[in-house]
Design a protein around this ligand. Structure first.
Ligand code: SF4
Length: 57
């Protein structure tokens, strides 16, 4: 059963080097995969997680 918020989410992103970045601060994909960063144990968001859907332009 689909979640009630499906279709109403917005992925804001500032990674301008990604081909899916729309230049207006958003991701153009319908969904992304967030993945853990290997061997990162700091507990900080920037170290522990990353966008697995990133593709270089
Ligand atoms: S795929 Fe990931 S890195 Fe690329 S624009 Fe979307 S959220 Fe940002």
């Amino acid at each position: 059963m689909p979640r009630s918020d499906t279709g109403h989410q917005c992925i804001e992103c500032s990674v301008v080097s990604c081909k899916f970045h729309d230049q207006q601060g958003r991701c153009s994909l319908d969904r992304i995969q967030v993945e853990p960063t290997p061997m990162a144990y700091t507990g900080e968001a920037a170290d522990e997680s990353m966008c697995g859907s990133y593709k270089n332009r």
